[in-house]
Design a protein around this ligand. Structure first.
Ligand code: THU
Length: 144
């Protein structure tokens, strides 16, 4: 167990939560359900799953569902996210989700897993080096 921002990361619990969220995925077109569980600094966990659409490009990913769920619940600071799918190895977040994660901090730990127990962990910053983030807008004072 590692400590981040005073919140202990229970990796197994976070992956289990992502697995439960995955069961709720709406993925009739791809048949590829994905689950995510985002741990806030409060200790609360926010679930996400992919939500597909008949207009395929409107699909949103599990990770971004979890982020939206957390933001709508009033939490903005995050410690870790677990992502689980039936990938051959650990499930890596897509490029759009990497961008969505670094918005809230390059230090967020991204726990990538699959349904067979494979696990890999990196930070959001490692997954998206030299990212365009909130700091890029700070010169104009628009950094939140
Ligand atoms: N998907 C996610 O939910 N997260 C990712 O990081 C990768 C892809 C979803 C989108 C789509 O519903 C399905 O997986 C196949 O691409």
């Amino acid at each position: 167990m590692l400590k981040d921002a005073g919140v202990r990361i229970d990796r197994k619990a976070l992956i289990d939560a992502a697995l439960r969220a995955r069961e709720r995925a709406y993925a009739p077109y791809s048949g590829f359900p994905v689950g995510a569980a985002l741990l806030g600094e409060s200790g609360n966990v926010y679930l996400g799953c992919n939500v597909e659409n008949a207009s395929y490009g409107l699909t949103w990913c599990a990770e971004r569902t979890a982020i939206g769920n957390a933001i709508a619940s009033g939490e903005r600071r995050f410690v870790a996210i677990a992502i689980v799918a039936a990938t051959p190895g650990p499930c890596a977040p897509c490029g759009a989700c990497r961008q969505a994660l670094v918005e809230f901090g390059e230090a967020i730990r991204v726990i990538m897993a699959n349904v067979d127990g494979a696990i890999e962990e990196k930070t959001a910053g490692e997954l998206l080096p030299e990212a365009f983030g909130p700091q890029a807008l700070s010169k104009e004072g628009r950094n939140p």
